[in-house]
Design a binder for this molecule. Structure first.
Ligand code: G3H
Ligand code: ZN
Length: 286
C-alpha cells in the first residue's frame, strides 16, 4: 500500500535498521525499485526530485505510474512516494495535491528562521492530510539535478539548530548535513558522527542520510546505530544501469530495440536496490 514515511521510519529506528529512499528517473527505475521491494519484502521510499518529475511528465504522471505498477505487481509492502529536495512551499503542495504521500522541504539554503518558517508551513498542510515531512539543515555538497552545492558552500549542521528546527516544526524525519555528498565522493566520505550522535541525543525523530552512494558499509551501520533510519540512494543505480546499457550496446552495436538495452538496465537497478536493502537491514521487515 501507499503510505507516508512516518510509521516505516519510526519502526526502523526502533528496530535498528534503515529504509532506503531510491530515486526514480523513468519507468524502468520505478519498475525495478518496486520489484526489488516486493521480492525483498522491504518497505521502500520512492524518491522523486523535481527534475525527475519534470522528465517523467509531472507529479501526477509519477503517481499514476506508481499506482498502476503497484496494482499490476500486487504490491504488499509499504511504499511511500516522496518529493526529494522540495524547493518551495508551492512545490510541496503541488506534490501533495498530485498524491505524494511524503515531501521534503529543503530550506537548507535559508537562514535558520526562514528554514523553520517554510518548513512549519509545509508541515501544517502535510499533517492535515496524513503526509510526512522531511527537513534539512546544513548543506549537502555535490550535485543532484537542479541542486548544486560547491565545496565552499557545503556545511555541517549545528546540533542546537537542528534541535530548534525539529521542535519548532514537528517534522517527521530530519536530514542533518554532516559531510555526505550527492554524486560520487572524491576520496573516502568523512561523516560527522560526533554531531550525528549529538543530534540523535537531542531528538527522537528518525535521521536521514543523503548521498548514500559510495558510503562504506561500516559507516552505514554506524549511522544506523546513531538513529539514522532513512538512507537516500540515487547515483549508484544510475551508474550500474548506465554501465549495463554501455555493455549491451558495445557488445551489439547493431541493436536498436530499447527493450534490449533498457531491460538489462532495469535488472541492474533492481540488483543494486536489493543489495542496498540487505545492507540497510530492511529486507523482510515489511
Ligand atoms: O536525495 C537523494 C540522495 O541524497 C541521493 O544521493 O545520488 O549520492 O546517492 P546519491
Ligand atoms: Zn539528497
Amino acid at each position: 500500500p501507499l503510505v507516508s514515511m512516518k510509521e516505516m521510519l519510526e519502526t526502523a529506528k526502533a528496530e535498528g535498521y534503515g529504509v532506503g529512499q531510491f530515486n526514480l528517473n523513468n519507468l524502468e527505475f520505478t519498475q525495478a525499485i518496486l520489484q526489488a521491494a516486493e521480492e525483498e519484502q522491504s518497505p521502500v521510499i520512492l524518491g522523486v526530485s523535481e527534475g525527475a518529475a519534470r522528465y517523467m511528465g509531472g507529479f501526477h504522471t509519477v503517481v499514476t505510474i506508481v499506482e498502476s505498477l503497484m496494482a499490476e505487481y500486487d504490491t504488499t509492502v509499504p511504499v511511500a512516494i516522496h518529493l526529494d529536495h522540495g524547493s518551495s512551499f508551492e512545490k510541496c503542495v503541488e506534490a501533495m495535491y498530485a498524491g505524494f504521500t511524503s515531501v521534503m522541504i529543503d530550506g537548507s539554503h535559508f537562514p535558520l528562521a526562514e528554514n523553520i518558517a517554510v518548513t512549519k508551513k509545509v508541515v501544517e498542510v502535510a499533517h492535515t492530510l496524513g503526509i510526512s515531512v522531511e527537513a534539512e539543515l546544513g548543506r549537502i555538497g555535490g550535485q543532484e539535478d537542479d541542486l548544486i552545492v560547491d565545496d565552499a558552500e557545503a556545511a555541517y549542521a549545528i546540533p542546537a539548530e537542528c534541535d530548534e528546527l525539529i521542535r519548532a516544526t514537528n517534522v517527521d524525519c530530519f536530514a542533518p548535513a554532516l559531510g555526505s555528498v550527492h554524486g560520487p565522493y572524491k576520496g573516502e566520505p568523512n561523516l560527522g558522527f560526533d554531531r550525528m550522535e549529538e543530534v540523535s541525543k537531542l531528538t527522537a525523530v528518525p535521521l536521514v542520510l543523503h548521498g548514500g552512494t559510495g558510503i562504506p558499509t561500516k559507516d552505514i551501520k554506524r549511522a544506523i546505530s546513531l538513529g539514522t533510519a532513512k538512507i537516500n540512494v540515487n547515483t549508484e543505480s544510475q551508474i550500474t544501469s548506465a554501465k549495463a546499457v554501455r555493455e549491451v550496446l558495445a557488445e551489439k552495436p547493431e541493436l536498436f530495440d530499447p527493450r534490449k538495452y533498457m531491460g538489462p538496465a532495469r535488472d541492474a537497478i533492481k540488483a543494486t536496490v536489493i543489495g542496498k536493502m540487505r545492507e540497510f537491514g530492511s529486507s523482510n521487515k515489511a
